[in-house]
Design a protein around this ligand. Structure first.
Ligand code: LMR
Length: 442
């Protein structure tokens, strides 16, 4: 606006000169420039402080700005092939061709998304024979990937959870959980999850905390491939967790962002979710296809709630729609159509499950390679957790200071909690990575 004022002043038509006219014109210009700088100084946003970079996505920004050719990005959890490049799954490429060849229209999906997709997605997470599905007790909506699903869940629970406004998340948890639920209006508290000393699940601490928190609390559980620790409960441990949750009347909200990535087997990774439903729990579930289909930027996911009866489910679904409509109206269709094409075609689905296994297996082999490289370098530290942890991440135990040195002196990028995305490790960079880690830990 200020420059528009100045432009208008300088292009005003010049009339025959007189001393008086020139003086008033100079005054006019001065006034214009005073008022324009006054406008600039009174910006609505002048008190907005510079925010910190995102704990995870900020690492990618810093990595991109680094000009060192051999830099290594182990920050964001995104799969890379052995050349360090993103991998578009061949099953996804094929599904895209099929979707495009159908020449579908680009009409709005309903508020809850593409029905063929949400149906198949729920069958993947819960299994087609799940009582939640066969008995009509599932309310599901397509979501803007896993984060969007969690956010819809947060908003729904804030409005309708009858017993409290507190949600308990594991300590540690994915960096976005806390802020996401806080922004939804909930108060975020933590329960013990990880035993730093033994680099394992702190089962006793976890059970004790679930026992001591108020009855009927909301509890967020990572369904598999816990982020950031890579430490999951065993089926027996899940049974113990379910026992406490049942006796205390807690409500489980599962975040399942990595189905298939933990073990390479999508059914096995869905164990906890299916087990809780079998045990008669009402649950909430956030499901993402970012990692297991590599549909990161397509933002494909679901949010669902399993309720006691079909009638309750109908009411829940109606309220989910009321949450979604003012948020983004309805979700994008392309990624959901691609996912539905894969899940709905027996051959393509089998191919995709093989590809998920390929990704999981490459990560597992990089874990072994990193560990053996560190041992060959003579590191005296115990690195057994690199191979005992599962999923995309390894919780290395590196301190924030060591992480900072890795970044400043070795151009190795990871989150400050010491988490590395093992997907960023390749046969080409593993030796330099091991040397860098060894250098900061000896
Ligand atoms: C991660 O933890 O790196 C991923 O879930 C990506 C993200 O959005 O943080």
């Amino acid at each position: 606006m200020a420059s528009a004022l100045l432009r208008r002043a300088s292009f005003a038509p010049v009339r025959p000169a007189s001393a008086l006219f020139l003086r008033s014109r100079v005054q006019h210009l001065q006034l214009a420039s005073i008022s324009s700088s006054a406008i600039l100084r009174s910006s609505f946003w002048k008190d907005v402080p510079l925010g910190p970079p995102d704990a995870i996505l900020g690492i990618t920004e810093a990595f991109k700005a680094d000009e060192f050719a051999e830099k290594i990005n182990l920050g964001v959890g995104a799969y890379r092939d052995d050349n360090g490049k993103p991998w578009v799954l061949p099953s996804v490429r094929e599904a895209e061709l099929r979707v495009v060849s159908k020449k579908l229209d680009k009409e709005y999906a309903g508020i809850t998304g593409v029905p063929a997709f949400t149906k198949l997605a729920s069958e993947l997470s819960l299994s087609p024979s799940s009582p939640a599905i066969t008995e009509g007790r599932l309310a599901i909506t397509q979501s803007i990937s896993g984060t969007g699903a969690l956010r819809i869940g947060g908003e729904f629970l804030d409005r309708w959870y009858p017993h409290s406004k507190e949600i308990y998340i594991p300590n540690p948890s994915w960096a976005n959980h806390k802020v996401l639920f806080t922004d939804s209006g909930l108060t975020v508290k933590q329960y013990r999850y990880y035993d730093n000393k033994n680099i394992a699940l702190d089962l006793d601490g976890l059970l004790a905390d679930l026992q001591s928190i108020p009855d009927k609390s909301m509890v967020l559980l990572h369904a598999c491939a816990h982020n950031p620790t890579g430490v999951d409960p065993t089926p027996e441990e899940w049974a113990k967790i379910a026992d406490v949750m049942r006796s205390k009347g807690h409500f489980p909200f599962f975040d399942m962002a990595y189905q298939g990535f933990a073990s390479g087997d999508a059914d096995r990774d869905a164990f906890a979710v299916r087990f809780f439903i079998e045990q008669g729990f009402e649950i909430a579930l956030a499901q993402s296809f970012a990692k297991n289909m590599g549909l990161y930027g397509e933002r494909v996911g679901t949010f669902s709630i399993v309720s006691e009866t079909p009638e309750i489910s109908k009411a829940v679904e109606s309220q989910i729609k009321i949450v979604v409509r003012p948020l983004y109206s309805n979700p994008p269709v392309h990624g959901a159509r691609v996912a539905a094409e894969i899940l709905g075609d027996a051959d393509l689905r089998a191919q995709w499950l093989e590809e998920v296994k390929t990704m999981a297996d490459r990560i597992i082999s990089m874990r072994s390679l990193l560990k053996s490289n560190l041992e060959q370098l003579g590191s005296q530290l115990n690195w057994s957790h690199i191979t005992s942890q599962i999923g995309m991440f390894c919780y290395t135990g590196l301190s924030p200071q060591q992480v900072d040195t890795l970044r400043s002196d070795y151009s190795v990028y990871l989150t400050r909690d010491g988490r590395i995305s093992v997907a960023g490790v390749t046969t080409k960079n593993v030796q330099r990575l091991a040397e860098s880690i060894h250098a900061v830990t000896k």
